[in-house]
Design a protein around this ligand. Structure first.
Ligand code: FES
Length: 92
């Protein structure tokens, strides 16, 4: 799944606004690596947590921790196949 993320938003929050959920086992602290995405267009800064999870080659290919991406410019982002709307619906 590819999405276009506008500038000025945190990627994880933008995905949630679209009701798209990526795995965030550590709650977005950068500790689990489950939220991996690939930036295919635009630049997303590499931070210390990205460097813990990805090789230099992976970083050069746009791999980032989705929970750590703040879009300073419009981004095109490839999401893992597991990213989807919630599988569970809570009925009240
Ligand atoms: S949610 Fe755990 S590293 Fe991003």
């Amino acid at each position: 799944m590819m999405i276009h993320c506008p500038a000025g938003v945190r990627l994880q929050n933008y995905l949630l606004s679209l009701d798209i959920h990526i795995l965030t086992a550590c709650g977005g602290r950068g500790n689990c690596g489950k939220c991996a995405v690939r930036i295919t267009e635009g630049h997303a800064a590499v931070n210390t947590m990205d460097r813990m999870w990805f090789t230099e080659e992976q970083l050069a290919n746009g791999m980032r921790l989705g929970c750590q991406v703040y879009a300073k410019e419009p981004l095109t982002v490839e999401l893992p196949d597991a990213a989807k709307e919630p599988a569970v619906t809570v009925l009240l």
